[in-house]
Design a protein around this ligand. Sequence first.
Ligand code: I3S
Length: 169
Amino acid sequence: RGFGLSLFREPSEKCGVLNVTKITEHGKKVRKNWASTWTVLQGTSLLFAKGQGSGTSWSYCRNGSFPELLLSLLSNWKHSIKPRPAVPYTNCRRSRASSFGGYQSKPEFTVDLRGGSVDWASKEKSSKKHVIELKTRVGTELLIQSEIDTVINEWFRALSETINTHAWE
Ligand code: I3S
């Protein structure tokens, strides 16, 4: 099913710095811990970087530009969201994607988007603006946020597209 189409469809691939917190893990509520997190959408997986090491040049990354990173760091500082010790400028080019970018060998955690859902979070979920609520099939809920509306809108579109395309896999 859909094989013909998927042959011509580019696999999703997007990366950038987002503010992320888990709110539920395997159906159980967990304490929020917002952190600025290097995020990569690779196929049907969403990968989040461990705050260690520094990756390769990020000119490879289609979605993370230098001004975008600066803006996000400044805005996080303003909103007291702690930065990761080193933001990995991960290379998200498909040819190198398997290594999760340069020196970054392993993501901190990964979620499978298949069978998940994505929506804008209600005010009850977070007082922040531009918050995406992502629910996975296995009962993990994440909040994903950026102060930059164009950035978060693009992520919303990419996540929705991936989830809708692979809903029945
Ligand atoms: O939904 P909550 O619990 O009111 O979320 C806020 C808290 O997690 C707070 O941490 P402490 O309870 O440790 O003080 C965070 O600093 C806030 O950022 C959380 O709220 P927002 O609305 O920013 O997601």
